[in-house]
Design a protein around this ligand. Structure first.
Ligand code: ADP
Ligand code: MG
Length: 256
């Protein structure tokens, strides 16, 4: 049965989408079966794999709202990808009036969980119903944070939401790690950001830091992950390191 890992941070531009696709591909390189789910109405993950979201007829919207089996919106690209479209922006409103509104994604994933080792979910920049659906479906959460604009208050808000989800909907969801992204080792500011994170969150901060590089902006334009666009570059290696760290953590918990 798949482990479900959600990327969450209500702040935009912290590398949720970038981390989802690149970790997904890094897992696949390890021989794991991976599904990535685009739960953001902006469809950046979907676009980054070469789709035009305006041309997508069936998306996660239909899965969540019309109970379309998720298989119908999964495309085989670098990894299996359940696509988003702009329709998804209406999902929060449409879901809000339904019974079991927080569990629509969990239900949908249930049908394919035995076909994958990992399911990675990219979420929108908010703590609304789509993100809640991701947290309810998830075992693990990775929180990418941008070293340049560290928002501790935002992280506290996210932890409060997670606590609420644990108390009411999914007792075992937890943060497996905080991922510093867009790290520029030449600046004092970036080093201070890491120090502040480690003071506040200790071991929860991944050893792997994702450095700032233009490769991450170039790759999606080519419709590919950095893993494929520049496979031997530092950026790809960083996500391979992250994959190892996540897999080791998962193994350690199994034996605990
Ligand atoms: P989010 O999904 O949290 O909004 P994205 O993954 O879309 O964030 O990243 C925001 C922008 O930053 C994108 O243009 C992306 O290409 C760029 N980016 C992501 N990671 C890095 C990095 N390590 N270095 C430089 N740019 C990055
Ligand atoms: Mg995004």
């Amino acid at each position: 049965m798949a482990r479900v890992l959600a990327f969450a941070n209500q702040k935009g531009g912290v590398a949720k989408t970038t981390s989802t696709i690149n970790l997904a591909v890094a897992f696949k390189e390890q021989g794991l079966r991976v599904l990535a789910v685009d739960l953001d109405p902006q469809g950046n993950l979907t676009m980054s794999q070469g789709f035009n979201p305006d041309e997508i007829t069936r998306s996660m919207f239909d899965v969540l709202i019309h109970r379309l089996p998720i298989e119908h919106v999964i495309h085989e690209v670098e990894v299996d990808l359940a696509v988003s479209s702009i329709d998804l922006a209406g999902a929060e409103l449409a879901l809000s009036a339904t019974i079991g509104r927080e569990r629509a994604l969990e239900k949908a994933l249930g049908a394919v969980k035995d076909r994958y080792d990992w399911i990675l979910i990219d979420t929108p920049p908010s703590l609304g119903l789509l993100t809640i659906n991701a947290l309810v479906a998830a075992d693990d959460v990775i929180v990418p944070v941008q070293c340049e604009y560290l928002s501790l208050r935002g992280l506290v808000q996210l932890e409060n939401t997670l606590q609420m989800v644990r108390e009411n909907l999914n007792p075992h969801v937890h943060i497996v790690g905080i991922l510093p992204t867009m790290f520029d080792g030449r600046t004092l500011h970036a080093k201070e950001a890491i120090e502040i994170l480690e003071e506040n969150f200790g071991d929860l901060v991944f050893d792997t830091k994702i450095r700032k590089t233009i490769r991450f902006a170039e790759a999606p334009v080519k419709g590919s992950s950095v893993m494929k666009y520049d496979p031997s570059g530092k950026a790809a290696h960083a996500y391979r390191d992250l994959a190892k760290e996540v897999l080791n953590g998962a193994k350690a918990r199994e034996h605990a």
